[in-house]
Design a protein around this ligand. Structure first.
Ligand SMILES: [Zn+2]
Length: 227
């Protein structure tokens, strides 16, 4: 539900209406698909310094997927690790079944470009991050720009990975347009949001230089480790 333009607000309102009645029962089941920005359990990624095993699925056949997209996902993991001061550590798993953090490439659906789902992995809280590698479902103007600008397209996929992994490590949405955890449910210019990052890049390699996190994101991240 990340970069959903229209759906987040509806989801949020629906959640507020239902939360007092349903929360305890609904969130009792870790494997349940829940709104991406609510957390009941400390994510495994934060459980005390151990390296979190991750697995990135092959996205062949998914619309918009490029074989180099897993590298963007790994760069997003690196960004969170770096910004956490090394407290988050991600190690590739040998198989998906042992990975606490899993990334699946999906078709964009109803304006949704990313989503996070909590899962239980042998009693430990994990997460599946869903990311669409297609940009043609974005606003028409942005989709047109991305179709002609490979770096912009890569920036969008990268930032979507960063945002969803942010949920996986325990961060909720913010209302601040500067933040990677910002939700477009609060409005804001989606093209300006992605172009702000794109303008910093001279080449794809530059993605590793700019995490995409704001100072507020970094503060929120580091607060997680104080709990
Ligand atoms: Zn989100």
């Amino acid at each position: 539900m990340t970069f959903s333009v229209a759906d987040d607000r509806i989801v949020r309102l629906a959640f507020v209406a239902a939360v007092s009645i349903a929360a305890a029962a609904v969130f009792a089941t870790l494997s349940l698909k829940a709104p991406e920005y609510f957390f009941r359990t400390q994510p495994a990624a934060l459980q005390g310094g151990a390296e979190t095993l991750y697995y990135i699925r092959d996205g062949r056949g998914v619309p918009g997927y490029d074989p180099s997209d897993p590298e963007l996902a790994r760069l997003a993991l690196d960004a969170w690790s770096r910004e956490s001061g090394g407290k988050l550590k991600f190690t590739p798993a040998r198989s998906e079944s042992e990975a606490l953090l899993r990334l699946h490439w999906i078709s964009a659906n109803q304006g949704r470009f990313g989503e996070m789902q909590r899962i239980d992995v042998d009693g430990k809280p994990g997460a599946i991050v869903f990311v669409s590698p297609a940009t043609d479902g974005l606003s028409a103007a942005l989709a047109d720009m991305a179709s002609r600008d490979r770096l912009l397209r890569d920036a969008i996929v990268y930032l979507t990975c960063v945002h969803e992994i942010g949920h996986a490590v325990g961060l909720p949405h913010t209302r601040d347009f500067e933040d990677i955890m910002y939700s477009f449910g609060y409005g804001g210019d989606i093209t300006a949001y992605f172009m702000r990052y794109r303008k910093r890049l001279k080449s794809r390699d530059d993605i590793r230089l700019f995490s995409g996190l704001s100072p507020n994101d970094v503060t929120a991240l580091r607060m997680l480790f104080l709990n």
